[in-house]
Design a protein around this ligand. Structure first.
Ligand SMILES: NC(=O)c1ccc[n+]([C@@H]2O[C@H](COP(=O)([O-])OP(=O)(O)OC[C@H]3O[C@@H](n4cnc5c(N)ncnc54)[C@H](O)[C@@H]3O)[C@@H](O)[C@H]2O)c1
Length: 425
């Protein structure tokens, strides 16, 4: 087995997960950051991370980290860590193409004794059933004889400056006891919060995917409660505050469940379950409820407008926030687009304003033209969809000033005092 001191690491995929990890490893080990996106490599070489996960100063603090978009450079490494995306396709099935691509790239670089570690969120079994055969085929080497595999899921949270890669306890695993020990020791050397060595790769894979499935199902329950309380004319937040005084009531809030994790990972688990003949009901029920919340928000706003005798057709509607969560530019799988899509059938003019996101990305990904600044006094309805700090600081008065005198103000995120808004989730 490799010794830690011999490790020359390649991180494959320098996104939200790969870059912060590469920076930490690059303080201690010779580390090569590889990405197929040449633009990403160019910006990192210039010392800037457009995901805003790592500051320019922090990038400078990793003297042993270098970047490449040439996969031939990976031949220099002996430890590979794959941190590529694991999205779903339109039919909500796992899209394993990036993972397969990374496995091919790593497979071509593998030499006897090397270790490949996967961090991407997958279903239990994916590393050994999908990645290993590809690496064997590309390298001509034998799994667990010539090369070894590990799996260590990432738990970071985009935009979260408190829970960073080094202070979140990390689950590790390996394809043999020695590989597991090597993987664990590698992470222990950079993760100050420590590690938990799982008994197998499949256990570690399953642990990650259920963390997000558990959150998804819990949020779905609270979303369903919001749908019920709305019909009963009861304010959901007030109910949650009252119930939350019990020591074991879990503090989940209703909302749009977007992002590439919570709204995506459960489908990895349900896909695998269906493959082996188990048809999950509860997990998919949660997904259905959560995926319906955007349409519900738009429906509520349309109701409130109609009550005020505001014609929805030709009305000006402002949606504040497009990112999938507050204070980050991440647009992946944002469910704010469901609110926009639901309005489309009613022919209002919908402006989307989000100072955090890249307007080109919003246009490319969703066909949404993000506006530079909302026109004060011009909106018939305003939806506060994402709790960016700028919006929170504006407060109800300045947000209301963007609307016409009788405009509807709807607060998806419980940012504003309840008596200052017309409706909320
Ligand atoms: N973002 C998070 O907070 C987070 C948290 C926990 C787990 N995860 C999981 O980690 C994985 C990575 O997520 P992310 O958010 O960092 O994704 P990302 O989209 O931010 O980054 C992925 C990077 O991989 C690159 N890439 C794609 N295919 C490649 C290939 N074949 N070879 C090399 N590079 C390739 C892309 O160009 C991109 O820069 C996913 O499985 C995700 O579910 C993400």
């Amino acid at each position: 087995m490799l010794k830690l001191e011999q490790a020359r690491i390649a991180v494959v995929g320098l996104g939200y997960v790969g870059l912060p990890l590469a920076v930490e490893l690059g303080k201690r080990y010779d580390t090569l950051g590889f990405d197929i996106n040449a633009g990403r490599i160019a910006e990192l070489r210039q010392g800037h991370d457009s995901t805003l996960e790592v500051s320019d100063e922090e990038l400078r603090q990793a003297p042993r980290l270098s970047y490449t978009d040439d996969s031939a450079d990976l031949a220099r490494a002996n430890v590979y860590i794959a941190t590529v995306p694991t999205p779903i396709d339109d039919a909500k099935r796992p899209d394993l193409r990036p993972l397969e691509g990374a496995s091919r790239t790593i497979g071509r670089a593998l030499k006897p004794g090397d270790v490949a570690i996967f961090e991407s969120t997958v279903y239990p079994g994916a590393t050994e059933e999908v990645c290993v055969p590809i690496m064997e085929a590309e390298s001509g080497l034998k799994f667990n004889q010539d090369f070894f595999v590990g799996y260590s899921p990432e738990r970071i949270n985009p935009g979260d400056k408190e829970h960073r890669v080094t202070n979140i306890l990390k689950v590790t695993s390996g394809s043999t006891p020695e590989a597991a020990e090597f993987v664990d020791a590698l992470y222990r050397s950079v993760i100050t919060a420590g590690t938990h060595k799982a008994s197998s790769i499949r256990v570690a894979e399953a642990a990650k995917v259920i963390e997000n499935t558990q959150r998804d199902v819990n949020i779905a329950l609270v979303n369903e409660l919001a749908l019920i309380f709305n019909r009963l004319g009861i304010d959901t937040e007030e109910v949650l505050k009252a119930a939350g005084t019990k020591w074991n009531f879990l503090p989940f809030r209703p909302g749009l469940v977007g992002g590439h994790c919570i709204g995506v990972d459960p489908y990895y688990l349900t896909h695998k379950a269906q493959q082996i003949g188990y048809h999950p009901s509860m997990i998919l029920a949660g997904r259905r409820v959560n995926d319906g919340m955007g349409a519900f928000v738009a429906g509520q706003v349309i109701k409130l407008m109609t009550r005020k005798r505001i014609h929805v057709a030709d009305a000006n509607i402002l949606i504040m926030g497009l990112a999938f969560k507050e204070n980050c530019p991440d647009l992946r799988n944002t469910r704010v687009v469901d609110v926009v899509a639901e309005f489309q059938g009613y022919h209002p003019r919908v402006d989307v304003y989000d100072p955090w996101v890249d307007p080109n990305e919003a246009l490319e990904e969703y066909g949404i033209e993000v506006i530079d600044a909302p026109e004060p006094g011009s909106y018939d309805a305003i939806i506060l969809a994402v709790a960016h700090s700028q919006f929170v600081e504006m407060g109800a008065d300045r947000i209301r000033a963007l609307g016409k005198p009788d405009a509807v103000l709807f607060d998806v995120k419980y940012v504003l005092p309840p008596d200052t808004v017309d409706g909320r989730l």
